[in-house]
Design a protein. Structure first.
Ligand SMILES: NC(=O)c1ccc[n+]([C@@H]2O[C@H](COP(=O)([O-])OP(=O)(O)OC[C@H]3O[C@@H](n4cnc5c(N)ncnc54)[C@H](OP(=O)(O)O)[C@@H]3O)[C@@H](O)[C@H]2O)c1
Length: 331
C-alpha cells in the first residue's frame, strides 16, 4: 500500500514561521468511503492566508489544529472513485492539503479542464484569480483613465489585478520588492510603472509614478507601503484591503489603528461629504422634523449670548467646552 506523506502543523509560530513549526509524517494511504474519491495531489498552492491559519483564532478563518495537516488548494488526479460522477485519471481541483493523497467529496472536489495548465487552476482560475477579479471589479469600481496602484505587484494576486485593470484602460502602477520584480512587472506584465518599496526614496518615486494621484489602491501589504500611498489618494479613491502581508508576522502591532481589523471583520471604511448628497437632504429634513414634532428627539443647546463672544464660543467648542449644540444668540 503506498504511503501518504503529510506536513502537519506542529507548533504555532511566534512571528515568522520556522521549520520547527512543521512536522513531516508518513501515514497509510487512506481509502475513500461511499460517495468519496481518493485524489493524488499533483500541484499544491501556497498562499499567505495560511500564515493566519497557523495562529490560534486570530485569522478570519478557523485555525489549523496542532497535529493536523496544513490546508491548501491542490490540483490532482482521481485514483479511486466511489462517486459515479468521477473516473480514475480525471483532473480535479480540491482543498487537498499538504500531503500526497487526499479524500474528497463533491462539491468540494471539482473537475477541471485538463487542456488548461494545472498551475492556472491555482492561479488565474484559483484563489488569486477569484480575489483579483472580485476585489477589482466589485470593490475597486475601475474606470478608464483612472490610476490604480497595487502592492505585491509581481505576486499571484497583484499581477492579475494589474493586468485586468490595464485591460480596462487604467494607468497601473505596481509596487514590488527589488529591481528584478519591478522590471518583470513593467516589461512582461505591461504595467505602466513599478516602484521598488525597498529603496529609501520609495515615497517620492511613487508620487512621480502617479502624477494624477491614486484612484484605486489594491492593498496587499499595509505598513510603510500604505503610508506612502496615503497622501496620493484622490477624491473618491477606493482602497481595497485585500491583504496586509507586512502585518502577518509582527509580534507587536504597528502604531495607529490596526488595519487587520478592517480585513478580518470585512469593515467597510468609507469617507463621505454630505454636500455630495444634496438629493438626500430634503428627505432628512422631513424625517427629522417629524421626529422633533413628535417629541421623539432629545436635544441640548449651548447658547452664548452676544455676537462679540462668538470667537470665544467657537474656540471653546473646539476645546470641548460646549455641552450640546453650540449656538450664539446674536440679538
Ligand atoms: N482577502 C482575500 O480573500 C485574499 C485572498 C487571497 C490573497 N489575499 C492577500 O493578497 C496578498 C497577496 O497574496 P498572493 O497570494 O498574491 O501572494 P504573493 O504576492 O504571491 O506573495 C506574497 C508577497 O508579499 C510580499 N511581502 C511579504 N512581506 C512583505 C512586507 N513586509 N512588505 C511588503 N511586501 C511584502 C512579497 O512581495 P515583494 O517581494 O514584492 O515584497 C511576497 O512575494 C496577501 O496579502 C494575501 O493575504 C487576500
Amino acid at each position: 500500500m503506498p504511503k501518504n506523506r503529510q506536513i502537519l502543523l506542529k507548533r504555532r509560530p511566534s512571528g515568522m514561521p520556522t521549520l520547527d513549526d512543521f512536522q513531516l509524517v508518513e501515514k497509510e494511504r487512506p481509502e475513500p468511503g461511499l460517495g468519496q474519491v481518493l485524489v493524488r495531489n499533483q500541484l499544491l498552492s501556497l498562499d499567505p492566508y495560511m500564515r493566519g491559519r497557523m495562529d490560534d483564532g486570530k485569522s478570519y478563518m478557523a485555525p489549523v489544529e496542532l497535529g493536523q495537516v496544513m490546508t491548501a488548494h491542490t490540483v490532482g488526479e482521481v485514483v479511486t472513485s466511489n462517486d459515479p460522477a468521477f473516473d480514475p485519471g480525471e483532473k480535479v481541483f480540491l482543498t487537498g492539503g499538504w500531503q500526497d493523497y487526499a479524500i474528497a467529496q463533491a462539491p468540494d472536489v471539482r473537475k477541471i479542464n485538463p487542456a488548461l495548465p494545472d498551475a492556472a487552476w491555482l492561479g488565474p482560475m484559483g484563489l488569486p484569480g477569484w480575489t483579483a477579479h472580485y476585489g477589482l471589479f466589485e470593490l475597486g469600481h475601475p474606470a478608464t483613465g483612472e490610476t490604480l496602484v497595487v502592492s505585491s505587484a509581481a505576486g499571484a494576486v497583484g499581477s492579475l489585478v494589474g493586468q485586468l485593470a490595464k485591460a480596462q484602460g487604467l494607468r497601473v502602477v505596481g509596487i514590488a520588492g527589488g529591481p528584478e520584480k519591478c522590471a518583470y512587472v513593467v516589461n512582461e506584465l505591461g504595467f505602466d510603472a513599478c516602484v521598488d518599496y525597498k529603496v529609501s526614496e520609495f515615497a517620492a518615486r511613487l508620487a512621480d509614478a502617479c502624477p494624477n494621484g491614486i484612484d484605486i489602491d489594491f492593498e496587499n501589504v499595509g505598513g510603510d507601503v500604505l503610508d506612502a500611498i496615503w497622501p496620493l489618494l484622490n477624491a473618491s479613491a477606493r482602497i481595497v484591503v485585500c491583504g496586509l502581508s507586512a502585518h502577518y508576522n509582527l509580534t507587536k502591532p504597528l502604531p495607529g489603528p490596526d488595519l487587520t481589523k478592517v480585513l478580518k471583520q470585512r469593515v467597510n471604511m468609507r469617507g463621505f461629504i454630505i454636500s455630495d448628497h444634496r438629493l438626500h437632504i430634503p428627505k432628512a429634513i422631513g424625517e427629522m422634523a417629524t421626529l422633533v414634532g413628535q417629541g421623539k428627539l432629545t436635544t441640548r443647546n449651548d447658547i452664548t449670548t452676544g455676537l462679540e463672544y462668538a470667537p470665544n464660543a467657537f474656540i471653546g467648542m473646539l476645546q470641548g467646552k460646549n455641552f450640546g449644540k453650540t449656538l450664539v444668540q446674536v440679538a
